[in-house]
Design a protein around this ligand. Structure first.
Ligand SMILES: [Ca+2]
Ligand SMILES: [Ca+2]
Length: 379
């Protein structure tokens, strides 16, 4: 677990990030056949060790992957990979047991230990440019074929599908309320509903993180209060995090900051802005009392799933022990979990343990998202 404490310092990564972000959006989508070219960041020729297999469309980061090097190797797993669909760099988070919660909020107690398998997580929040690339594709496909949906569309018997939503994967232009072409391409997308975030994640072949995955990526296993440690004074955090400060501009940003800002505040895995900037949608339905049902197990496969309709007064169902025990969250709910706090929250609300929630159809001006790539089995 020594790797957990390594802090990323890669100037090379910053260069690669700047190149892909500066290249803007649409570079893969201009020809009508929609041919997906490999990301310029992808090392498509890399030979991975036996037993290390990345899904199609995911490659080691070009110029960075050196098998068996101490700096870029978690038992053969590249420390950084690239997601071809959205040119996103993703960071490796090893399998581990983490202590979730234990903080000040009533929904954060008691602390509980959860085992998380290994996965990759987006290095930064999804940017306006990245989301706009998906939006343009979604709208164009929607106009041609009204039955279009991203890969792996939700079905009516999927627990994440709400019949009242009609076509929940439909992507709206709401994010454009806060996106100004060229002016803030590299800022995080916001004003996107959970459905839209989920559609994006499915399009890329990824998922939204569970609360457990999100917390593991933000803090590792040492129970730190913030991604960078425990410092919380405004004098210190002005250099580590974009939160709401007494002086509107104390940390340099009254609203959002570019997604790769505040390099000093990255998590133990080098992940940017898990605290602040925009708060982030998670895949879990929100259950404020869930920590009272500690469990190390995934939900049993024979649990009967069903759609949850808004306004169901039976939620949470006290009989639904299987769902409440699941570390991946309840099977039903009417709000989705949100993590990390935002530019509109005081630093105390940007703690790793802070839990918030909103209806999945809500468009909130300080909520965005990032994605994860779960790996098949624990190492
Ligand atoms: Ca700020
Ligand atoms: Ca954030």
């Amino acid at each position: 677990m020594a790797a957990v404490n390594r802090v990323w310092t890669g100037g090379l990564m910053a260069c690669a990030l700047a190149v892909v972000l500066a290249s803007g959006f649409g570079c893969h989508c201009k020809n009508k056949s929609m041919t997906i070219l490999p990301s310029p960041l992808a090392d498509t020729a890399a030979v991975l060790p036996e037993g290390v297999t990345l899904p199609a469309g995911f490659y080691p980061l070009a110029g960075h992957y050196q098998p068996n090097s101490q700096d870029d190797d978690y038992n053969g797993w590249p420390r950084y990979i690239v997601s071809d669909k959205d040119d996103m760099i993703m960071a490796y988070v090893p399998a581990q047991a983490i202590v979730m919660g234990g903080g000040a909020g009533l929904d954060e107690v008691p602390a509980r230990t959860v085992s998380v398998s290994h996965f990759y997580i987006d290095l930064h929040e999804v940017s306006n440019a990245q989301f706009n690339r998906f939006y343009r594709l979604a709208v164009r496909q929607d106009e041609k074929d009204s039955s279009w949906s991203p890969e792996h569309p939700l079905r009516a018997n999927d627990p994440d599908y709400c019949g009242a939503m009609g076509r929940p994967w439909q992507v709206t232009r709401a994010f454009k309320d806060f996106w100004r072409l060229s002016a803030n391409n590299l800022h995080p997308v916001r004003n996107v509903s959970w459905w839209e975030a989920n559609s994006y994640s499915r399009w890329t072949g990824k998922q939204l993180p569970t609360e457990a995955q999100w917390e593991a990526a933000a803090r590792g296993s040492d129970r730190r209060k913030y991604p960078w440690g425990n410092q919380s004074t405004s004098e210190v955090t002005r250099y580590l995090c974009n939160s709401k400060t007494q002086k509107a501009n104390y940390d340099g940003y009254e609203y959002t900051a570019p997604v790769e800002s505040f390099a000093g505040g990255v998590s133990p895995y080098g992940v940017y802005q898990m605290a602040g900037n925009v708060a982030e949608w998670c895949s879990d339905w929100y259950d404020p009392g869930r920590y009272a049902y500690p469990s190390l197990e995934d939900p049993p496969s024979d649990v009967i799933r069903g759609p949850k309709l808004f306004g169901d007064r039976n939620y949470p169902n006290p009989q639904d022990k299987d769902a409440r025990n699941a570390r991946v969250g309840p099977l039903r709910g009417d709000q989705k979990a949100i993590r990390g706090g935002s530019f509109a929250d005081p630093i105390e609300s940007c703690r790793v343990e802070t839990r918030e929630a909103a209806r999945p159809d809500a468009h909130l001006n300080d909520v965005g998202f990032r994605c994860v790539l779960p790996l098949a089995s624990a190492q």
